[in-house]
Ligand binder design. Structure first.
Ligand SMILES: *Cc1c(COP(=O)(O)O)cnc(C)c1O
Length: 359
């Protein structure tokens, strides 16, 4: 069986031991006589799977009891709407940091519900850096500040949570579990699963319980956090198989040493690639050094021809999905938790060789 090193930004690689276990359990989940895909979400077997997934995520991220963990659908993009609809009344104000495409999309959805104040932006240099955000920048009437913790397309990342006096909301779709986050510094965290947690279809929301139950009556039930929280994320049929796989990922991460160990490995992996960029006369890193992501490494080459040759050569050697997003161009290597150090070393060797041959 040939498996490539998949550097895709999302959906992305999953840990091989997780896929192997899912394969073993595909036809019959132990003790149940059927596949998890065929199970009622109300069955004791599935409730056990969901409960363990939540408990393991709480362990991994050290999530306190006064936060609810929700397993929802609709991707991070649905959270762009749910956040404003649950944290403010129609016409109220929210603060947004504009650090990339997804940040802009989040603000655009919030604008349909209330007033958006862009308190910081890195648009002036195509989102190559994380702007500083301080408490005095936030309007007094803002109901929350929204940040995008990791800018998947641009390869930038907040290293610390901004210190502000309003609830802090973070889209951590592409960095959750990739570095240690102190959940208590945030009031609401959301993330689509398909980058660092599991297959597409599951969206995780971690929200302070005191923020729940304030949504206006006009908010559709499916978009109301409180209903999902009260129903233990089973208000309707949840994405059962995606929850199961994410649960296997959580279990695997705990056995590997948890998020601190992942952060260490991701630091090692990203340092290997950034080290090459810093030495190179061929590659130019897209993100400012102090804003670099440990999850998405972005860089450009001097011409479209060289970029295409780089991608083609890498693909031929079993390293796929390295083409950058069109908003930045060049190359993007997404090195989430499931990307092994072996895969990153292989890419690093290729980069050095490619520069020797084309520099
Ligand atoms: C991928 C991504 C999204 C979009 O996620 P969907 O699940 O496709 O809606 C939003 N924000 C960030 C930071 C992302 O990386």
């Amino acid at each position: 069986m040939d498996r490539v090193f998949n550097f895709a930004a999302g959906p992305s690689a999953l840990p091989l031991p997780v896929l192997e276990r899912a394969q073993r359990e595909l036809l019959s989940y132990p003790g149940s006589g059927c596949s998890v895909m065929e199970m009622s979400h109300r069955s004791a077997a599935f409730q056990g799977i969901a409960d363990k997934a939540e408990a393991d995520l709480r362990l991994l991220m050290n999530i306190p009891e006064d936060y609810a963990v929700l397993f929802l659908q609709g991707g991070a993009s649905t959270q762009f709407s749910m956040v404003p609809m649950n944290l403010m009344q129609r016409g109220e104000t929210a603060a947004y940091a504009e650090t990339g495409n997804f940040a802009k999309k989040a603000a655009a959805e919030a604008k349909k519900w209330g007033k958006v104040v862009t308190v910081a932006s890195s648009k002036d240099r195509n989102y190559a850096y994380i702007p500083e955000i301080t408490a005095d920048m936030i309007p007094e009437d803002a109901k929350y500040l929204h940040i995008t913790g990791n800018n998947t397309i641009y390869g930038t990342q907040f290293k610390t949570a901004p210190k502000v006096n309003v609830p802090l909301v973070a889209d951590l779709s592409s960095s959750i579990l990739g570095r240690v986050y102190d959940v208590t510094e945030y009031d609401l965290i959301y993330a689509g699963a398909q980058k660092n947690m599991g297959p597409a279809g599951l969206t995780v929301v971690i929200v302070k319980k005191e923020l729940l139950g304030k949504a206006a009556d006009e908010v559709p039930s499916m978009l109301n956090y409180a209903l999902h929280a009260d129903a233990g994320s089973m208000y309707n049929t949840p994405p059962t198989y995606s929850i199961y796989i994410a649960g296997l990922v959580f279990d695997y991460l705990l056995k590997e040493g948890g998020v601190a160990e992942m952060e260490k490995r991701n630091a090692e992996k990203s340092a290997l690639l950034y080290g090459i960029l810093d030495e190179s006369k061929l590659y130019t890193g897209s993100a400012d050094k102090d804003s670099r992501s440990n999850m998405n490494v972005t860089f450009t080459l001097p011409s479209d021809e060289l970029t295409a040759a780089f991608v083609k050569g890498a693909t031929a050697e079993g390293m796929t999905n390295l083409k950058g997003h069109r908003a930045v161009g060049g190359i993007r290597a997404s090195i989430y938790n499931a990307m092994t150090i072996e895969g990153v070393k292989k890419l690093a060797d290729y980069m050095v060789r490619f520069e020797k041959e084309n520099g």
